[in-house]
Design a protein around this ligand. Sequence first.
Ligand SMILES: [Zn+2]
Ligand SMILES: [Zn+2]
Ligand SMILES: [Zn+2]
Length: 113
Amino acid sequence: MDNYQCRKCGMQLQSDDTPRSASCQEGNSHAWEKLGEVGDINFQCRKCGMRLQSDGTPRSASCQEGNSHAWEKLGEVGDINFQCRKCGMQLQSDDTPKSASCQKGNSHSWQKF
Ligand SMILES: [Zn+2]
Ligand SMILES: [Zn+2]
Ligand SMILES: [Zn+2]
């Protein structure tokens, strides 16, 4: 299973094979980029805030905020629910995720819920 993202609209999905290029809200069809294997580590892009679960640092690919994604590792996927008090992002982690960069400024402020 691999993570894919459309370079044009930013849509994200997991698939075994290159997804079909159905119609993209940005015009014509989706332009899929492969981001790498789905795995047990949470990553987030510091720039656009996109989040995914990968087995290693995802490929940089194209970031909606320009150039390529800037991935930060947030920690192992687990069964504890965390939410950032500032940006509202939710995450399942095995321990308090790394603070990393928050879209609302400085770093995430995690709380269990
Ligand atoms: Zn698209
Ligand atoms: Zn990004
Ligand atoms: Zn946050």
